[in-house]
Design a protein around this ligand. Structure first.
Ligand code: FMN
Ligand code: SF4
Length: 678
């Protein structure tokens, strides 16, 4: 038996967990009609197959109708969920993992214009900044109803074969009762700590009396809200002790912080550039104070930190949740001594931000996550070996090369630069975003493992490519910054990439015209203002940085507000003129009737990229398919069969930003879904 602390079994009441790594509750927003159907099943089972000890499915499954999901959660208040849950629990158990589910009532953390349009409720009228609903103050009959709803839902989960349920008690209704900041009730549910914890205890009692003792019951709760007037450390420790002493629950899952604002949520679930394991020591303090089974997750992205968490006795089970979204097979790789092959979570929070903005979680650099029904986590070998030339070693090119290499093809990559990475290399120049380079580093290591030849400083000409005698050519040359968007004066502006790369010297009074709304404008602003410039970001949109989603925006705002960067929305830069050493920026508006000027010494335009596609168009007439990709075959997961020129020498495909400016995930998905069928 292994001596690795992470691989030791753990006895949780009657359950034996096969190792110490769990996936904590999270809702990837994959339910269909509020039910965990085939997609949900495939996602969950993949992680069980990968060896995790326990997967806690369904963050925040709703127990009541007046807790409508804001991002597509499971509806645990419906009886029809039981067979879907049964299908999932059977499949997970078959793979040797345990499975639990998190139940909740969101209280004020939702909206009245969702679900059945019922009023939102909470133990006070204070609204939550993030979800904005003004709640009704909860009444006695609401409390009775919701306690029963929790018990009913728990009974459904037991009937569906779950090993247990966890209650969500940070930021949601249970915590809204516990926190003095959100509870303005008089007794018996408001006032003293006893009273504020009464709702939580009543829910546990109701559940326990329904499900009996041989069912795990746990709580994920904040033991320190880190807000003036909120639950502090000493009260948090007292709450922890009372939870244990209630005898009603089997473990504590410790959270530190509050989630009522984007900034608070980001401190609870830190993103790239923030410290790893920021709350682990605190979780250890709770374990020491209670001597009770303690679980915890918050940016433990790597096995070494997880191992430390267990070996040091800080916690009993360690969560690696986003890490499992990036690589579902972490435990298997630890067992097989292939830790170095684990695809690393880079903390980009594309997954989390996207459940709100895009409606489903996707991992920035694992396009198979959430697409298990159509995309493989482990690529199958091809029937016959082909020669494949890839042009470009950015994320799209390297993903295509990795997948083709894993399929057993002979792969050559041409890269004009001296290093791999393309736009990611530029992105990673911001110190806070340097984790992004792991997207490239992991692919480089995988390419090496699969014998992919990468030629740097190699500008691929059509003849060089043809000399390789390829069966397939994949053009992944990316794009170049596109600044040619003004009616006059394009020659006077620089791009955000010029600023980030250092190719353009920072001005002192700078207007950034951000028409793309992505990270690059904010990164450029950070570089400029950091160098001492006065910076204004102007956008024609009605909100700034629309492509930089909520949690990703937090570190930028923390930095840019301190640097006094200003934001102007709904104005469009139309032209630029030179006036001595200064530039005159002429500004209008899509709403019409406005014309203003700004006098600055530098104008930066952020307008995405334009494809670098010369080589593609040069190769096009020489290819069998004239570069055409059959969308039907691509979507159906079939090999590409278009023939437009039988005399052609090779199949030609174009992916990523070489087609049109999109994002890292889109580039990687383009590559995976094409190359897996070559
Ligand atoms: C897409 C997504 C949805 C989540 N939803 C929930 C949720 O509903 N309830 C919950 O307690 N935590 C939720 N989480 C938080 C995770 O359980 C976990 O605490 C967080 O990701 C930090 O752990 P990690 O760094 O190991 O990922 C969610 C996380 C992600 C990525
Ligand atoms: S999107 Fe980023 S944070 Fe989320 S799982 Fe993938 S790498 Fe990790």
């Amino acid at each position: 038996m292994s001596s690795d602390p992470l691989l030791q079994p753990y006895k949780l009441k009657h359950l034996t967990l096969r190792n110490r790594i769990i996936v904590t509750s999270h809702e990837p927003a994959y339910p269909e009609d509020g039910m965990p159907k085939e997609r949900y099943l495939a996602y969950t089972v993949e992680r069980a197959k990968g060896g995790v000890a326990m997967t806690m499915t369904a963050g925040s499954a709703a127990v009541s109708k007046d807790s409508p999901p804001v991002f597509n959660n499971l509806l645990a208040y419906k009886d029809e969920i039981v067979p879907w849950i049964r299908q999932m629990t059977d499949a997970v158990h078959e793979e040797g993992a345990a499975i639990m589910i998190q139940l909740t009532h969101l209280g004020r953390r939702t909206r009245w214009d969702k679900g059945d349009w019922l009023p939102v409720l909470a133990p006070s009228h204070h609204r939550e900044a993030s979800h904005r609903a003004f709640p009704k103050k909860i009444e006695d009959w609401d409390i009775e109803r919701i306690i029963k709803d929790f018990a009913d839902a728990a009974e459904r989960m037991k009937a569906g074969g779950m090993d247990g349920v966890e209650l969500e008690a940070y930021g949601h209704l249970i915590d809204q009762f516990v926190s003095p900041l959100t509870n303005e009730l008089d007794g018996p549910y408001g006032g003293s700590l006893d009273n504020r914890m009464r709702f939580c205890m009543d829910v546990f009692k109701a559940i326990r009396s329904r499900v009996g003792d041989d069912f795990i019951l746990g709580v994920r709760y904040t033991a320190d809200e880190r807000l003036p007037g909120g639950t502090g450390v000493s009260e948090g420790i007292e709450i922890s002790k009372r939870l244990k002493e209630s005898g009603l629950i089997d473990y504590l899952n410790v959270i530190r912080g509050h989630i009522d604002t984007d900034a608070g949520l980001t401190d609870v679930i830190p993103i790239q550039g923030m410290a790893n394991a920021p709350h682990l020591d605190f979780a250890g303090e709770i374990r020491a104070a209670t001597n009770f089974p303690t679980f915890h997750a918050a940016k433990i992205p790597d096995v070494a930190t997880a191992r430390h968490a267990i070996a040091s006795g800080k916690v009993d089970m360690i969560g690696m949740t986003r890490a499992h979204m990036t690589d579902p097979h972490i435990v298997r790789k630890i067992i097989e001594k292939r830790e170095d092959e684990i695809r690393p979570c880079v903390g980009a929070n594309y997954c989390l931000d996207r459940i709100y903005q895009g409606g489903a979680a996707y991992c920035i650099h694992n396009a198979a996550t959430g697409r298990e029904l159509t995309m493989p986590h482990i690529v199958a070998k091809a029937d016959s070996r082909k020669k494949i030339v890839v042009v470009g070693a950015g994320p799209a090119g390297l993903e295509a090369a990795r997948v083709a290499g894993e399929r057993g093809h002979e792969v050559v990559v041409f890269e004009a630069a001296s290093d791999p990475g393309g736009q990611i290399r530029l992105t990673a120049l911001s110190p806070r975003r340097k984790e992004m380079m792991s997207i490239i580093d992991w692919r480089m290591a995988q390419c090496e493992k699969h014998g992919v030849a990468i030629r740097f400083n190699a500008w691929a000409e059509a003849e060089t490519i043809e000399a390789e005698n390829p069966d397939v050519v994949i053009v992944a040359t990316g794009g170049v910054a596109h600044t040619d968007v003004l009616s006059k004066g394009n020659e006077f502006v620089v791009s955000s990439w010029d600023i980030i790369s250092g190719d353009a010297k920072a001005g002192t009074n700078v207007l950034i015209f951000d028409d793309a709304g992505d990270h690059a404008a904010l990164q450029a602003a950070e570089f400029l203002a950091g160098a001492g410039a006065k910076v204004e970001i102007m956008t024609p949109d009605r909100s700034f940085s629309p492509e930089v989603m909520a949690m990703n925006l937090v570190p930028y705002m923390r930095s840019l507000q301190k640097l006094d960067v200003t934001f102007t929305v709904t104005y469009r830069l139309e032209s630029v003129e030179k006036n001595g050493n200064q530039l005159i920026a002429n500004v209008g508006s899509d709403y019409g009737g406005i014309s203003k000027q700004r006098i600055v010494d530098q104008v930066v335009v952020n307008h995405g990229t334009i494809p670098l596609d010369d080589i593609y168009f040069e190769l096009k007439p020489r290819s069998t398919n004239h570069g055409e990709i059959s969308q039907d075959e691509l979507i159906a997961g079939q090999p590409q069969s278009v023939v437009r020129n039988a005399q052609g020498q090779f199949q030609l495909f174009r992916i990523g930003d070489a087609v049109s400016a999109r994002n890292t995930h889109a580039a990687i998905y383009d590559a995976l879904r094409l190359a897996k069928d070559i």
